[in-house]
Write a protein that binds this ligand. Structure first.
Ligand code: FES
Length: 457
């Protein structure tokens, strides 16, 4: 029986807690959301040379991300077509073929040997036991659609999905701010350290909706703000109106973010964040000047956001990408990627490496604050009584207005709002209903669809 996916009440600004703990809904998410959406699977700098590979994830599936001998990046389902065993069991390495440890089927990525990367190339006893009748072209590893964008590697299982750029819409510009060189040049970023991977006993939607624009959880990070670790902190607290917060939502696509704008040059970076580290502070200032010069008339954004469904990013220091991989209804595996200008001086890279570790990840002050919230909220939603009570997302609802600060159909507000979270939740419901891409991309209308944003005055 299909789980009831009508969990979000846009008019009331509420969401059913079942979507954060229910096993049936989780099973449906794996197929309806993670089987269709574009997902971040890695960064080019993880596979710089031919035959390099890493193991990554798409939803609950393990995948192999590899650069072939022919210099093409491909993403393959890491599950043998014979009985399902993982054909790759190490995090990273170098190979042009993957041999399953169970019965020895071998899959090649070398297009001099096979007609497409991942094709079945060798089967023990092929001539004797199968008498040559097994169609190797038919039994290769499943391949995903891939798009490499400014160093990031994305994949989707859905051959009918729109292009990555269309899927991202106006959010692409904001993502650029995280991926571009600090001087405003296109691209130019690399990973600073390896990917940090850690398990959190919470539903994956807690971090996803947190980064989509939860401005009012500043109290969570009071400790980090007091010691001025937080670049958006202000003298031990955050005054959202005074610091020019704005929540951006793309109602048609479900993405969203929380920005601080406009950013005058003298506030970039916040002088107190790196005051003990002049090399880093000066580097950022010089880059910001260059950036503003190149993008005359442009606005410098600083903020964070979530690309539906499970990729979030910080645009400014710490400059990171994070993927919230679903494990179960109540467990998430978070992967954090740290970005830096590839040509930044070593001294600056080292300062940021220390800063990033202190700020984000399992040992970082702010991430630990957040994790405690998400785990507790998940636990309390499993209770016999607790699970029946809806969550409230009504803050600032209807206060946002259309604006031209960002590309696309954007709505923003200068006050704190939870509308971005509601936009994301509504997108969740649209995917869970199994809507067509024409409906998901709002090329055709859906009858009785709740509209965003809600204008109450
Ligand atoms: Fe892979 Fe049998 S499960 S060869």
């Amino acid at each position: 029986m299909m789980a009831d996916v009508r969990c979000v009440d846009v008019a009331a600004g509420t969401a059913d807690r079942r979507m954060f703990v229910d096993d049936d809904l989780f099973a449906r998410e794996v197929r309806q959301i993670f089987g269709r959406a574009w997902l971040l699977v890695g960064h080019e700098s993880q596979v710089p040379d031919p035959e390099d590979f890493i193991q990554s994830k798409m939803g609950t599936d393990s995948v192999i991300v590899t650069r072939t001998r022919q210099d093409k990046i491909v993403v393959l389902l890491n599950s043998c077509r014979h009985r399902g065993m993982k054909v790759c069991r190490v995090d990273e390495g170098k190979a042009r073929a993957f041999t399953c440890p169970y019965h020895g089927w071998t899959y090649s990525t070398d297009e001099e040997r096979v007609s497409r990367p991942g094709e079945l190339a060798g089967v023990p006893g092929f001539d004797v036991h199968y008498e040559g009748r097994l169609d190797k072209a038919e039994w290769g590893l499943k391949a995903a659609r891939v798009r490499v964008y400014k160093g990031t590697i994305w994949a989707t299982w859905d051959e009918h999905a729109p292009s990555l750029e269309a899927y991202l819409g106006g959010m692409l510009k904001w993502l650029d701010s995280a991926l571009d060189h600090r001087n405003g040049d296109s691209g130019g970023s690399t990973l600073l350290v390896g990917v940090q991977k850690f398990r959190v006993r919470c539903n994956w939607k807690f971090p996803a909706t947190n980064f989509v624009g939860d401005a009012s959880h500043a109290v969570t990070h009071n400790s980090a703000n007091m010691i001025k670790l937080n670049p958006s902190g202000k003298d031990g607290r955050r005054d959202e109106r005074a610091s020019g917060h704005a929540a951006f939502g793309w109602p048609d696509l479900g993405h969203g973010g929380l920005g601080f704008l406009p950013r005058p040059e003298e506030e970039f970076p916040r002088p107190d964040t790196f005051q003990q580290f002049p090399a880093a502070s000066n580097y950022l200032r010089d880059m910001a000047r260059e950036h503003l010069r190149k993008r005359a008339g442009g606005i410098h954004y600083q903020g964070k956001g979530t690309i539906f469904p499970n990729m979030s990013f910080h645009e400014d220091q710490p400059r990171t990408l994070v993927v919230h991989h679903p494990v179960s209804a109540t467990e998430t595996e978070m992967w954090r990627y740290y970005l830096i200008d590839a040509d930044a001086p070593d001294e600056v890279k080292d300062i940021f490496r220390h800063y990033y570790m202190t700020y984000s990840g399992p040992g970082g002050m702010t991430e630990q604050d957040d994790i405690e919230n998400w785990e507790s909220a998940t636990r309390q939603s499993l209770g016999g009584m607790g699970r029946d009570l809806p969550f409230n997302y009504a803050q600032g609802l209807g206060e946002s207005e259309p604006c031209d600060l960002m590309p696309g159909a954007v709505w923003c507000g200068r006050t704190i709002t939870e509308q971005n979270q509601l936009i994301w939740l509504k997108r969740w419901q649209e995917f869970m209903e199994g809507r067509s891409w024409d409906q998901l991309m709002h090329r055709v209308e859906v009858e009785d669809d709740a509209a965003f944003p809600l204008k109450r005055h």
